[in-house]
Design a protein around this ligand. Structure first.
Ligand code: FES
Length: 144
């Protein structure tokens, strides 16, 4: 194929096959607020936090929560903690925990999720990713 043939193919729409992969890659990045990580966070390994540090003081009491590295960590009471992606699956806003309702809410368009990540109320239709949490002393390890 010479230069003239390439130009003809371009003008007749034949370059769609050449351009399409680049467009698909671009859309994938824009549609995934987690940057390609299914959990929606930017961690590449376990996240460890010391719940006695001032940064995580909210976790000292039942109903407290923090958002760290795209993960919402919630003290659900009884020395139990849950961790989920903090990135709403609707359009990528950061969610928060409503302790009186016992659910996770997105302030952007009103989606509500259970502490297991399930969608309780849309417009989101995909659950939040949930991560396992283990506790050893004052250290929480969240496996992302
Ligand atoms: Fe969360 Fe729309 S971004 S409900």
């Amino acid at each position: 194929m010479n230069r003239r043939d390439i130009l003809k193919a371009f003008l007749s729409g034949g370059t769609v096959l050449l351009v399409a992969p680049a467009l698909l890659t671009s859309c994938e990045t824009q549609d995934d607020p987690g940057g390609g990580n299914p959990g929606g966070n930017n961690n590449s390994g376990p996240l460890t936090i010391d719940i006695t540090s001032t940064e995580f003081a909210a976790l000292a009491s039942a109903g407290g929560y923090v958002v760290k590295s795209g993960i919402i960590i919630i003290n659900t009471g009884g020395d139990t903690f849950v961790a989920l992606s903090a990135i709403c699956t609707h359009q990528g806003c950061v969610v928060g925990y409503n302790s009186s309702a016992g659910n996770i809410q997105c302030g952007c368009h009103g989606s509500v999720f259970s502490t297991a990540g399930a969608v309780l109320n849309g417009p989101a239709s995909t659950p939040l990713a949930k991560y396992s949490v283990s506790k050893a002393g004052n250290i929480l390890t969240i496996n992302t």
